[in-house]
Design a protein around this ligand. Structure first.
Ligand SMILES: NC(=O)C1=CN([C@@H]2O[C@H](COP(=O)(O)OP(=O)(O)OC[C@H]3O[C@@H](n4cnc5c(N)ncnc54)[C@H](OP(=O)(O)O)[C@@H]3O)[C@@H](O)[C@H]2O)C=CC1
Ligand SMILES: CC(C)(CO)C(=O)C(=O)O
Length: 304
């Protein structure tokens, strides 16, 4: 089942359901009524599709799901924990696709590493004004793996389901390193795209702004290395190459949320990086500058 039917949950869950994998979306009241009325509609360069999704508003309506794909914003995690607990009691394992890294500690502290998988996704998707999912660049990647003791058959089954849905999937044996790499990439990419309100091409094409981005990346790597030791030496080059490899008009979910006046995942992305740096006496002045510039918009406010 998929917990949350927004841009990420709706896209991947929709692809899985369309490919014949049994999927139920756990949703809240507004999304329930919208999806009931309009269906789940996806516009994507890989082909538009729509379907009438199986929906549940209450965990009680679900029949002991084996996997929960968790696709909510980080700032909703705390309030979702009681429902997740009920699902875990029913025997479910959790695959979080949230951006960031600190949610892993929250989930593992609550449910244990034998229940919580590691996972990240690379996708550029958003909801339009009528609640349809708009997938704006070809990326549709999921990487996941176990941290504790999880049945190999279950992992293979999940991989095979994603493959069936044409999602570019990797079952990783080093998922925490993969998650940290995604977090390094995303916390800096979203910081610079949101702070400048520009896509990545304009940023790396401007030597002054690109220099600032490089400093953000260096800081983030210093923090990451203090928490996760297994980084390759060339991580800086890897991250900078990724910025160059993505479509130049690409921007981040943080930037899209800022533009829409929605609450920002600023605390779990940039704020967490600053805080994790402080734990090891690593100063992060560039990340702090971005955090301060975006902070007035933390709880959602239309730009004017
Ligand atoms: N969008 C993107 O391109 C990418 C996003 N991510 C990450 O994926 C995560 C999800 O982002 P995204 O899909 O964009 O966010 P959205 O806001 O589009 O979707 C989140 C959904 O979660 C739902 N939700 C929250 N709490 C609950 C709950 N208790 N029960 C049921 N549903 C709930 C919300 O429902 P409601 O409608 O009721 O508010 C909303 O529909 C974030 O961490 C983000 O950073 C990662 C890669 C790319
Ligand atoms: C990496 C990127 C930019 C696309 O997956 C992302 O995760 C986001 O926009 O939140």
């Amino acid at each position: 089942m998929v917990f949350g039917a927004g841009a990420v949950g709706g896209y991947f869950g929709g692809r899985l359901a369309k490919a014949g994998v049994p999927v139920t979306f756990l949703v809240r009241e507004n999304r329930y009524h919208l999806l009931k009325k309009r269906g789940l509609r996806v516009q994507s360069s890989h082909g538009n599709f729509s379907l009438e999704p199986n929906l549940a508003r209450d965990v009680e309506e679900l029949q002991s799901p084996t996997i929960v794909i968790l696709a909510i914003k980080n700032y909703h995690l705390e309030t979702a924990l009681p429902q997740l607990k009920q699902l875990v009691v029913q025997g479910a394992k959790i695959l979080p696709l949230l951006n960031g890294i600190t949610h892993m500690k929250t989930l593992i502290d609550q449910f244990g590493a034998d229940v919580v998988l590691g996972g990240s996704c690379y996708i550029e998707a958003t909801l339009n004004t009528v609640g349809d999912i708009i997938h704006t660049s070809p990326m549709q990647d999921v990487v996941f793996g176990s941290i504790g003791d999880i049945d190999r058959c279950l992992l293979e089954e999940l991989r095979s389901s994603f493959e069936q849905a044409n999602v570019h999937v990797k079952l990783s044996s080093t998922i925490m390193v993969d998650m940290w790499l995604k977090y390094l990439f995303l916390s800096t990419f979203s910081a610079i795209t949101a702070a400048t309100r520009k896509p990545i091409g304009a940023i790396i094409g401007d030597p002054i702004t690109c220099d600032f981005l490089e400093n953000l990346v260096r800081e983030a790597i210093a923090v990451a290395k203090s928490h996760e030791k297994a980084f390759p030496k060339d991580t800086f080059e890897t991250i900078m190459k990724r910025f160059q490899a993505v479509p130049p008009n690409m921007t981040s979910s943080l930037h899209r949320d800022l533009e829409k006046g929605l609450p920002l995942e600023l605390d779990s992305l940039q704020g967490a990086m600053i805080q994790m740096g402080a734990e090891y006496d690593i100063d992060t002045p560039n990340m702090k500058a971005v955090y301060a510039l975006l902070h007035p918009y933390l709880n959602g406010q239309v730009l004017s």
